[in-house]
Design a protein around this ligand. Structure first.
Ligand SMILES: [Zn+2]
Length: 270
C-alpha cells in the first residue's frame, strides 16, 4: 500500500545576487573557448550565464548534510558521496532525503519535496560592468603543481560581482503520505520546509559554484517572498496566495518563520 496525496505547494521566490565573482562550471573540461580552460555554464538560447537549479539544490543538500552530520554513504561519482537513507524508519526521520530526494528509486521513498528551478541572469545588472566576455570576466589563478612545485597559471571565467539572477523559484510540496511503514499527515512536511530556509542560510554563509575557497561564489538572497497554492485551487485559481508580510531579506524571512508556519497551517485548514 502506498498513497500519496498533494496538499499544496509553497513557493519561495526572490533574487540571487553575486557578492563576489561566481563560477558555475559548464562541465566541459578540456574544451577550450577563447583560451579559457574553465568556462561557466550558459543558457544556449541567450548565451547569458545562469544558475542551474541542480547546482543550487545540490549545494543546499551538501551543506544540510554537513550540518546534520549524516553518513555520506551513496557514491555519485569518483570521490563524490551523498547521504541516502537505507530504510523507511530512517527516511521518515531524515532531514535530507524527503526534501532533496533519493538518487535511485527505493521502495520506501516518498516524493521529493523540493524542486529548484534554473535562475536566469538579469543582464541589465551588468550593463555597466566592463567584462572581457559577454557577462563574464576572466580571472587568473596560479595553481601549484604538486610534483614539480611550479606555479601553473589557469584562466577561470566568472560572472562578476553585482550580477543579479532574477526570480528564482523553489517549489516545496506538502504531501499526505502513507505506506506500510510510514504515515504522515503533511505536518512533517510543513516542519521540513524550515530546513529549506536553514539551507538557504547555510548557503549564504558559504559559496556557490567553484573556487569558493579563493573567494568566489559568495551570494546573497534578496527580494524574498513566500506564496502558497492549496491543491484544491488547481484549475480554479491562477496565482498562488502570497504571504503578505515583508520578507525581503533572508534575515527577515528567518525571523518570520513562526508566523509563516502559522499562516501556512491556516491555509491548509489545520
Ligand atoms: Zn536520509
Amino acid at each position: 500500500m502506498r498513497e500519496i496525496k498533494l496538499l499544496g505547494r509553497v513557493f519561495i521566490q526572490g533574487d540571487i545576487v553575486a557578492r563576489t565573482g561566481l563560477h558555475i562550471g559548464s562541465g566541459s573540461a578540456g574544451v577550450e573557448i577563447g583560451g579559457i580552460d574553465n568556462t561557466v555554464v550558459r543558457d544556449p538560447l541567450t548565451q547569458a550565464p545562469y544558475i542551474p537549479g541542480s547546482a543550487l539544490r545540490g549545494k543546499m543538500r551538501f551543506l544540510a548534510e554537513r550540518l546534520a552530520g549524516v553518513e555520506q554513504n551513496q557514491a555519485m561519482g569518483p570521490n563524490v558521496y551523498i547521504h541516502a537513507c537505507t530504510d523507511a524508519k530512517q527516511y521518515s526521520q531524515c532531514e535530507i532525503c524527503p526534501i532533496y530526494g533519493l538518487p535511485s528509486e527505493f521502495e520506501f521513498s516518498g516524493p521529493t519535496r523540493l524542486n529548484v528551478r534554473d535562475v536566469f541572469l538579469d543582464v541589465d545588472s551588468l550593463i555597466d560592468a566592463r567584462t572581457e566576455f559577454p557577462y563574464t570576466e576572466i580571472k587568473w589563478e596560479a595553481t601549484i603543481d604538486r610534483i614539480s612545485s611550479a606555479a601553473v597559471p589557469r584562466v577561470m571565467e566568472r560572472v562578476p560581482a553585482g550580477a543579479r539572477f532574477k526570480d528564482f523559484e523553489m517549489v516545496y510540496s506538502i504531501y499526505e503520505y502513507q505506506s506500510e511503514d510510514t504515515e504522515e499527515d503533511g505536518k512533517a512536511d510543513l516542519d521540513r520546509l524550515f530546513k529549506v530556509f536553514e539551507a538557504m542560510q547555510l548557503l549564504s554563509d558559504e559559496h556557490l559554484g567553484g573556487l569558493g575557497a579563493r573567494g568566489s561564489g559568495c551570494i546573497q538572497f534578496e527580494n524574498l517572498g513566500v506564496a502558497f497554492r492549496p491543491s484544491t485551487s488547481y484549475g480554479r485559481m491562477s496565482k498562488p496566495i502570497t504571504y503578505s508580510d515583508y520578507t525581503n531579506s533572508l534575515e527577515s524571512l528567518l525571523e518570520q518563520s513562526d508566523a509563516i508556519y502559522s499562516w501556512l497551517a491556516e491555509q491548509l485548514g489545520w
